[in-house]
Design a protein around this ligand. Sequence first.
Ligand code: ADP
Ligand code: ZN
Length: 679
Amino acid sequence: MLDAAPLLRDIFGFDAFRPGQAEIVEAVSAGENVLAIMPTGGGKSLCFQLPALMRDGVTVVISPLIALMRDQVRALQEAGVCAGALTSGNTPEETDAVWAALERGELKLLYMAPERLAAGSAIGMLRRVGVRLIAVDEAHCVSQWGHDFRPDYLRIGALRKALNVPLAAFTATADQETREEIVQKLFDGMVPRSFLHGFDRPNIHLAFAAKDGPRRQILDFAGARRGQSGIVYCGTRAKTETLSRALQDDGHSACHYHGGMEAEDRRIVETRFSREDGLIVVATVAFGMGIDKPDVRWVAHADLPKSIESYYQEIGRAGRDGAPAETLTLFGPEDIRLRRSQIDEGLAPPERRVADHARLNALLGLAESLGCRRKALLGYFGEDAEDCGNCDLCDTPPDVFDATTAVRKALSAILRTEEWFGSGHLIDILLGADTDKIRARGHDRLPTYGVGTEYDKRQWQAVFRQMMGRDLVRPDPDRHGALRMTEAARPILRGEASIELRRDTIRKAVRGPAVRALVSDEDAPLLSALKAKRRALAEAARVPAYVIFTDKTLIEMAESRPATLDDMARIGGVGAKKLDRYGATFLEVITGAAEDLHPVRRKLAGRDAGGVYDRLLAVQADLARGSDGIDKPLSCSASQLARVAQLRPDDAQGLNRLLGDRRAERFGAAFLDVLRSAG
Ligand code: ADP
Ligand code: ZN
């Protein structure tokens, strides 16, 4: 079996594993059954791609979306890996090429859509081509309860049994029920080696804001990030269209995406998003799984997501490349009402509904959090954390007050009107307003009438919203959303517990976080030049820009300004193949001139052998006319030198074999000195 480290460096161009990757790669390559739960952007694909290269035979990768498979295959091929996909999107030539590579025994990774497994011949075919490992991406698609359910994923368990090979399943979905379902359906109930890893994505800035003119809030947020790729998630299909138009009117390049669109139109948006720099897609959650774009710089929620897991997954689409990314999630009482009623009116069994309410509560708790958001988020996933310094509440700690009395007054208004009213009317009662509804119902005679004048209407709205967010009151779908008290509120009502709330979150939330530049002013022009070069190359090759290099890689180039190909090879994301293909071109952008390197030497760039080669070359120049400078000129070819540098023979005989007698005689002793001193 091949070693992981050199492959990581040479093929993928990474110096080190990300947290969690090393253990997973080790287990998968050792042939264990594995379930790995990693956050979106955590680097899952490497965890099966690398073992596939380390192991003998073919690894079949089951992945739900054709566009995503094609991108991964292209990126692998770009890195010099023999990979292919059998999908309905193939041209006949592509399919022929995959089969030819399988026949020659060269193909390492075969990507397949789950639908392919439905064909009776699929299992026999996979056995024949020598599949030795099954990798399942987005494994939560076996779950009947998720909105990503793919019936054909249920065939994977049978495939595993028929081929009798190890299976590695990957997902970003963390909840317990989904995990258990994966174990049942894919592993036949045999618990695989499980990895639950690092949910922190420290480069993503977290922020929430109460809705206050939400369209304006989104336009401001996008306006401050002009030219950056972003996603706006909306709760309804109709809203994706109107908001996308509003963004266009505001001068953005934007389009909408939802599940009601023709498959072809959706594909066009997916392709544009992956290829173009700076496109905004305004979408429902249907826009998700296919998004493999590492340089999404921001994600905004125009409406509250449905659970903390969905929130996490959706914001996780930003900044996969590890460079700074920003998020903003808007929420308001109407969102809470909508999400609660969706759960109550859904088809899930009762215990599932209770769990769904709890997950929504977790998200609302995060929205109304009084301390660091990341700490709250990671806490939910069972991880301890310090204050992060990269969320809106770390930026500006919230202004909290003891709201026990206010909450009791509000609860009292709710109970005295027998839980039949929404917050609007309840606030009117508390403020002692003179409305028809109040007079008609005689609510001006309630003891709570007019007891809340120490706050204004907005402040009471913030109190009610936070009470809903803390699940002290819930809208009742059977009473047109009238608020009912929950058990959680009882201790406060009885005076047994106190509660702190944030003062008005609304006024403070108007401006989003200051926009962070990706690089310093000084490096910005170089970064744009590098991006322009990347765009030109990507357009010429008709591939997404990040397939050439990710933002993270370009940022590192702009900041560290490699002066030679050796320096270039040390940049994260520059593997051997990419160095060979693009290194010189990008170096030229940085240094303004081409580095004149022999192609043989270029292949050694970034490796120890590169430095050895240079020293051999220098020694050879000194001895070109022999040690006394009077002999006939003699030199070794570039490839002879490269072989010496790579194979490092440790005696004269070894050198003889590589260089022949004449050259070994002249250079042998000096070369051996170089090799010995190179250790
Ligand atoms: P996901 O877990 O969402 O499938 P990907 O596999 O697409 O994430 O990886 C996200 C990004 O992280 C990609 O751009 C990938 O190149 C990068 N990446 C993965 N592993 C590493 C690593 N060890 N070092 C640096 N970047 C990495
Ligand atoms: Zn924080």
